[in-house]
Write a protein that binds this ligand. Structure first.
Ligand code: HEC
Ligand code: HEC
Length: 419
């Protein structure tokens, strides 16, 4: 009897001890970085001009870098610059400037010795203080790095094997933003990055991290901004050296100037969101609004011209290159899967703001004088498009003539679109 009890206790002790011992056994401590580790300088090609469209996604798993290496082949038609061609002197200067300003994975920072008050207050507003960044960096290592990579290049060990590939933050480009369209060089607002973390990105392998603690999510948002700033300063310092246009001052001066510009863009974006017009319709107005949305969507000449890319409502849309040089397909809008969220406001933001890196333009009905027709009788063309897009996957929600022209008569009685 007593030996059975002590055996059970031993099993319990071992069960508790094993998880604590595992990191030691694997030689991998999840909660810190080696102090001597620095962010490696970029070595993958910079895509300065992606090619046009192609019918098929030709990137098989694991082939991302091979694919990008061929973008500048004449028959593909893109343009890239090769960081390996950076002269040794500039390379050393860039490495020193970036390490000085952005720190290391163990001690990340956004620090300028001689920063003026404006820069300091932007760093504060964007929550880029050393303590928050150090916390973010540790949580990032545990949950994000295997996809998004040490520098945020989207090339962590899992990165090349998934499609779409994880976001490369270093270009300063993001898809899902609620930032006002007037802001120059739009960046996501902190709350946009928070939303992406909270919900993940539907239809892709980006998971939801809603179970993390509040402080962890906030710290991750700061750390994503830090990696993006570092990567963008790196890229846009390298570019003029590589394309031969040259720098006016020293490499460090260029990095400092760029940091000022990008902090400005992030802070402005954070401060100003899209303000949608109040929802103008009552319940009985919905069918008419959906019909107007359908007309706007399918008008090949309109400022929207959605159908030109979302061919057959996205069921036959060819792939296009995005600004990272990877392939993206105009969404199949009959499927009802929305990467940036499915609430009416999410879809409003996509249509009003566009999805810039995927080269989806924003719809612009701003000049009411020029778009009189669309704004007549209290109609709001943005909400009309939102209503149409939301009804599109559900044939029963569409006015009969609209349903027939999208799904044909045989679908009349099905509740959901065929996927
Ligand atoms: C399993 C891989 C994976 C993991 C783990 C992962 N991501 Fe992602 N992430 C992705 C993919 C894939 C995308 C791009 C989806 C797309 O392009 O539509 C993405 C995109 C993003 C974006 C860009 C959103 C935008 O608006 O463009 C952010 C920010 C992001 N991830 C943050 C994180 C953070 C922070 C973590 C860790 C807490 C994390 N991700 C973990 C795969 C991953
Ligand atoms: C130049 C091509 C192009 C045009 C024009 C265009 N789109 Fe798109 N659209 C895309 C691409 C590409 C995507 C996929 C973006 C991604 O997943 O990165 C997309 C995605 C979407 C999505 C899905 C967003 C999500 O969260 O997944 C919606 C909704 C959408 N488009 C609506 C529209 C509407 C409405 C119009 C017309 C006002 C329009 N698009 C015009 C290319 C275009």
């Amino acid at each position: 009897m007593s030996s059975a009890v002590s055996f059970a206790r031993m099993v319990r002790v071992l069960a508790l001890a094993i998880p604590c011992l595992l990191p030691l056994l694997s030689g991998c401590d999840l909660d810190s970085y080696p102090a001597e580790l620095t962010y490696p300088l970029r070595s993958d090609p910079i895509v300065t001009s992606p090619p046009g469209s192609t019918r098929w996604d030709t990137t098989a798993p694991g082939q991302l870098d091979m694919h990008i290496a061929h973008l500048s082949d004449p028959e593909v038609g893109g343009k890239t610059l090769d960081p390996a061609k950076l002269p040794a002197k500039e390379r050393g200067e860039l490495e020193r400037a970036l390490n000085e300003i952005f720190g290391t994975p163990a001690t990340p920072k956004v620090f300028l010795k001689d920063a003026d008050d404006e820069v300091k207050s932007r760093i504060q507003d964007l929550k880029l203080d050393d303590k928050t960044l150090a916390h973010g960096s540790i949580v990032y290592r545990r949950h994000c790095m295997h996809c998004h990579g040490v520098t945020g290049d989207g090339r962590g060990p899992t990165g090349p094997w998934i499609n779409p590939t994880p976001r490369d933050y270093r270009q300063g480009l993001f898809k899902f933003m609620s930032t006002a369209v007037e802001v120059n060089n739009r960046k996501p607002r902190r709350e946009d990055l928070r939303r992406t973390l909270e919900h993940g990105i539907e239809g892709t392998s980006m998971p939801s991290f809603s179970l993390l603690e509040e402080a962890e999510k906030e710290a991750l948002v700061s750390y994503v901004i830090h990696l993006s700033l570092r990567g963008e300063c790196e890229r846009y310092t390298m570019e003029p050296i590589l394309d031969g246009s040259g720098l006016e001052g020293s490499v460090r001066e260029k990095v400092v100037e760029l940091l000022g510009d990008f902090l400005h863009a992030w802070a402005n974006s954070n401060a100003k969101g899209i303000e949608p017009g109040a929802y103008p319709y009552k319940e009985g107005d919905l069918q008419a609004s959906i019909r107007r949305g359908f007309q706007l969507f399918t008008d090949p000449r309109g400022s929207a011209s959605c159908i030109n890319c979302h061919v057959d409502f996205g069921r036959q849309a060819p792939f296009r290159y995005d600004k990272w040089g990877t392939l993206v397909r105009p969404a199949n809008l009959t499927a009802g899967v929305y990467r940036g969220g499915r609430r009416p406001i999410d879809i409003y933001w996509r249509i009003r703001g566009g999805i810039d890196p995927s080269q989806m333009p924003r719809a612009d009905f701003g000049d009411q004088a020029a778009h009189k027709e669309q704004w007549r009788n209290n109609a709001d063309p943005y909400w009309d498009l939102v209503n149409f897009v939301q009804a599109l996957p559900y044939p029963q929600m569409l006015p009969e003539d609209v349903r027939d022209s999208i799904y044909g008569r045989r679908h009349e009685k099905t509740e959901h679109a065929q996927r």
